[in-house]
Design a protein around this ligand. Structure first.
Ligand SMILES: Nc1ncnc2c1ncn2[C@@H]1O[C@H](COP(=O)(O)OP(=O)(O)O)[C@@H](O)[C@H]1O
Ligand SMILES: O=C(CO)[C@@H](O)[C@H](O)COP(=O)(O)O
Length: 476
């Protein structure tokens, strides 16, 4: 253990796509006293799948790195990658690997579901979101049709974070934030939508209870992990909702997260209902909303382009007019699930560094365009963009965001904001405080502010024109 703690210790867990990260935090000061990280693998051939048991093992591995500090925590919270379909049998074991948020095989089922239940406007009004292929409801529809034996063997359906909470506590509990990414939780009523569940043949009893903000899921009952039995376990939430807590966000402050997924979001007091489907109308983990847009191709896609070019990820060069739409995994924003990567405007004098810069530009362009739709009446004009996620450590990412947004950018010193947000939720539960206020007390959003630069409208125009002209190809 590092520094001496002033208050009780809490554990925040971030079970994201590529790894599990754990932070043991002093609930009083926010000082991180121990940390751990263990990787996951994503497989599945044409799809994106992970074995949920691997997340549990990775949690154990990350906790082991926290040493004695983990054995001293008084409260725990787990945040996880959103939307994933975890199917459990009657014994609580996974029926098959989980289908992840970035698996686009449910694209056809998503379109059918939207049409069968009144169209995009009806879904947005009722559920808050138009359920694209990322949403759990589309994945469940895919599973029922493609693997009926697996669907029939399913006694319980979980999201990644509540699967882990369930193994920790023995309780079936989720929260409104993560539930709002399923497509079967209606933001209009704040409850599961039994008509939608009946439509997709999923009994409500298969789902976890949705805890109220501030309510506990239970206590640690599993003896397998180096955690004290009886420690409080908060309801947890989705990773983006946890990062919003971790930043202590107030309504209207825009966030851009660069990880496996790229996301842009802001807390809002207005319930979102975007019929275009660009903005997902998520609930946050408190009692407000989290309008959010998400791309499938962010850090991994740009790192792949760098690897193909044999360059370091920071070895970018300015200039030239080449355009890259880095849609290596298909894309969600814009909604082009069948797309692949596209390059346009290559010349004899285009350099490898310019090509790499163009991949960064393509990834950031998609996010910034969606940000205009995410920001609503609560938006604070001219507010700096809070830049978080693994990519925020990179100079090329940061400079690309500055050049294409024309906004000031703040990079918080705290790097693991999802795990910190989970820790803030655990501390809030333990101390009876609002978790966002806890994070503000901890000063988690403090960081370096980079001033606004003139926006590179020529690059944005080139990207927009290429996207429009190439759309038939990208839809193929
Ligand atoms: N120093 C760095 N500079 C730029 N990018 C980085 C750096 N370190 C990590 N990354 C990027 O961060 C990504 C992981 O981000 P992270 O937010 O941890 O992902 P996730 O939570 O989705 O699993 C990696 O794909 C990598 O490209
Ligand atoms: O699908 C979404 C948001 O709707 C993603 O943001 C996932 O929640 C995965 O997150 P990371 O692993 O990239 O953090």
């Amino acid at each position: 253990m590092g520094a001496q703690a002033a208050g009780p210790l809490v554990l925040g867990v971030d079970s994201s796509t590529q790894s599990t990260k754990t932070l043991v935090v002093d609930a009083e000061t926010g000082v991180v006293v121990a940390r751990g990280q263990a990787p996951h693998t994503v497989g599945g051939g044409p799809g994106k799948e992970s074995d949920p048991r691997q997340w549990w093992e990775a949690l154990g591995g990350a906790l082991a790195q926290c040493g004695d500090a983990a054995r001293q925590v008084s409260a725990v919270s787990v945040a996880g990658q959103q939307h994933g379909l975890v199917t459990l049998d009657a014994a609580g074991d996974p029926v098959r690997p989980a289908l992840l948020w970035n698996d686009v095989r449910a694209a056809g089922h998503s379109e059918r579901l939207i049409a069968e239940r009144g169209g995009a406007r009806a879904w947005a009004d009722r559920v808050g979101s138009v359920p694209g292929p990322a949403f759990t409801v589309a994945k469940w529809a895919w599973l029922r049709e493609t693997e009926p034996a697996a669907a029939a063997a399913t006694a319980a359906v979980r999201l990644p974070h509540d699967y882990l909470t369930g193994r920790l506590t023995g309780e079936a509990v989720t929260d409104r934030g993560d539930a709002s990414g399923t497509g079967w939780w209606a933001s209009a009523t704040g409850a599961y939508d039994t008509e939608i569940l009946a439509h997709v043949g999923l009994p409500p009893e298969a789902l976890p209870r949705v805890a109220q903000p501030g309510e506990a899921a239970g206590t640690v009952h599993a003896g397998e992990l180096p955690l004290p039995r009886g420690a409080l376990v908060a309801a947890g939430t989705g990773d983006n909702m946890a990062a919003a807590l971790g930043l202590g966000l107030r309504p209207g402050q825009p966030v851009l997260s660069l990880g496996t997924s790229g996301t842009v979001y802001a807390v809002s007091t207005h319930r979102p209902a975007d019929p275009t489907g660009t903005v997902a109308g998520f609930a946050d983990a408190r009692g407000d909303w989290l309008p959010l847009a998400c791309t499938l191709n962010c850090t991994l896609a740009v790192d792949r382009v760098a690897a193909l070019l044999g360059r370091d990820r920071e070895a970018v060069e300015a200039g030239g007019e080449v355009v890259v739409l880095p849609f290596l995994d298909g894309e969600r924003t814009p909604n082009l699930p069948g797309a692949s990567g596209l390059m346009h405007g290559l010349r004899h004098d285009t350099t490898a560094g310019q090509l790499l810069q163009a991949a960064y530009d393509g990834a950031v362009f998609a996010l910034l365009r969606a940000l205009e739709q995410v920001l609503d009446a609560d938006a604070t004009a001219g507010a700096p963009l809070l830049l978080i996620g693994g990519g925020a450590k990179g100079r090329a990412w940061r400079e690309t965001v500055r050049r294409l947004s024309g906004r000031p950018v703040v990079v918080p010193e705290a790097q693991e904001l999802v795990a910190l947000g989970a820790a803030a939720q655990a501390a809030g539960l333990l101390l009876g405080e609002d978790p966002a206020a806890v994070a503000r007390r901890w000063g988690t959003a403090r960081g370096t502010e980079y001033e606004a630069q003139p926006r590179d409208d020529a690059a944005l125009d080139r990207l927009a024109a290429t996207l429009t002209d190439a759309e038939p190809l990208l839809r193929r």
